[in-house]
Design a protein around this ligand. Structure first.
Ligand SMILES: NC(=O)c1ccc[n+]([C@@H]2O[C@H](COP(=O)([O-])OP(=O)(O)OC[C@H]3O[C@@H](n4cnc5c(N)ncnc54)[C@H](O)[C@@H]3O)[C@@H](O)[C@H]2O)c1
Ligand SMILES: [Zn+2]
Length: 350
């Protein structure tokens, strides 16, 4: 077992890493109440809900489970009333807890429900996708989508504990593994050249089992450090958005249908770094290095959409004020900085 402590004063919590943890999660769950409701999706439920529920039952908790359809549509504001209704039916009180068992969709939705039901109840994150293990389960950003856009209603609500069992990744489809790898590569780019080199040395496809756990731990440690310095995303935390400004614009350009988040972020990291190199803002050669690691893990490095049109959406990104754009650039692999600019940065033809 390995542990990281996220130090956020009264909202501090541990991230526990243990292979096989899913069969005895109750060892790490401390809930004042008697009841625990597990929220999950249909894919993850089939694989892991029995283990989690039986561990909690053995520990004496009264359990219930809410199984939702898989996919981003589940993270919709419209899904909330039925979830709150189930919690009321189960007579879940403020002392009780919710467990998010699944990928980022379940973590974000369940976290938002935990933050708002009865003004906030206990919340445990058990992330099962690579993206959720290295990114979305840590940091307390919880949200649901509106028809007008993603993550438009949300909160900062830290979990009580995050439980990471990397054996769950064995059943994660390759497509989603690749998708999560974009965030792993991002951590190497912004903070850790050694991590980036370790990824470059991989054979590709998936990280070899003997390296995977260490790499996931390192990613969580980087996210921990950044979140501790800037819990509410007002400054330092912005470096986690490397590749995301252009990535979000690309997701939006395709109306969130044709390209997934990780794929879009991979393209975004490559586009911004190529641009920055041309302008002398990033050391030459970085873009090529990022491209080759992305290719290793099945991620795209460019997209046929015209940059000028994609960028028209950048200025509407909610993370930017007016038409001012703060973007994240690399000095070199492993070293990032914030660079205030505007949409023109992306718009000149290459
Ligand atoms: N809160 C944050 O800080 C943050 C950060 C990044 C992304 N996100 C959000 O995360 C969401 C995307 O998360 P995601 O990529 O995990 O998507 P997801 O939750 O849809 O999971 C991807 C797919 O993998 C399946 N799955 C998950 N774990 C599995 C396993 N172990 N075995 C087999 N199948 C499994 C799911 O059923 C789903 O079909 C988006 O909504 C995004 O906005 C949030
Ligand atoms: Zn991301």
């Amino acid at each position: 077992m390995h542990k990281l402590h996220v130090d956020l004063g009264l909202d501090s919590y541990d991230i526990i890493f243990e292979r096989g943890l899913l069969s005895h999660v109750a060892d790490y769950v401390a809930c004042d109440g008697k009841k625990i409701c597990v929220v999950t999706d249909e894919n993850v439920a089939k694989l892991y809900a029995d283990d989690v529920l039986s561990s909690l039952k053995k520990a004496g908790y009264e359990t219930s489970v809410i199984v939702l359809p898989h996919g981003e549509k589940t993270k919709s504001f419209d899904v909330l009333p039925s979830v709150y209704a189930r919690l009321l039916e189960e007579k879940i009180t403020r002392k009780d807890a919710l467990v998010a068992l699944g990928g980022g969709v379940i973590g974000d939705l369940c976290g938002f429900v935990a933050a708002t039901y009865l003004r906030g109840i206990g919340f445990v994150q058990i992330p099962t996708s690579l993206l959720a293990q290295v990114d979305s389960s840590i940091g307390g950003k919880v949200a649901v989508d509106l028809p007008q856009g993603k993550n438009l209603v949300g909160a900062f609500y830290q979990p009580d504990v995050v439980l990471i069992d990397t054996t769950a990744l064995d059943t994660l489809p390759d497509y989603y593994y690749s998708d999560g790898m974009a965030e792993v590569i991002k951590y190497g780019c912004i903070r850790d050249a050694a991590l980036f080199d370790a990824l470059s040395a991989c054979k590709g496809g998936r990280i070899a089992p003997d390296k995977q756990d260490e790499i996931i731990y390192r990613c969580c440690d980087i996210k921990r450090e950044v979140v501790e310095k800037d819990e509410k995303d007002k400054g330092e935390r912005m470096i986690l958005n490397f590749g995301h400004t252009y990535g979000h614009a690309l997701e939006k350009y395709y109306a969130f249908e044709k390209i997934s988040h990780g794929m879009a972020v991979a393209v975004g990291m490559c586009v911004i770094t190529r641009k920055a190199e041309e302008k002398g803002l990033t050391k030459k050669g970085c873009a090529e290095k990022i491209e080759s690691v992305c290719r290793l893990f099945g991620l795209p490095v460019s997209d046929p959409a015209p940059e000028r049109e994609v960028v028209a959406g950048v200025v509407n990104d909610k993370k930017n004020l007016g038409d001012k754009l703060v973007t994240v650039l690399l000095k070199d692999i492993g070293e990032s900085y914030l660079y205030p600019t505007n949409a023109e940065f992306f718009a000149d033809e290459r």
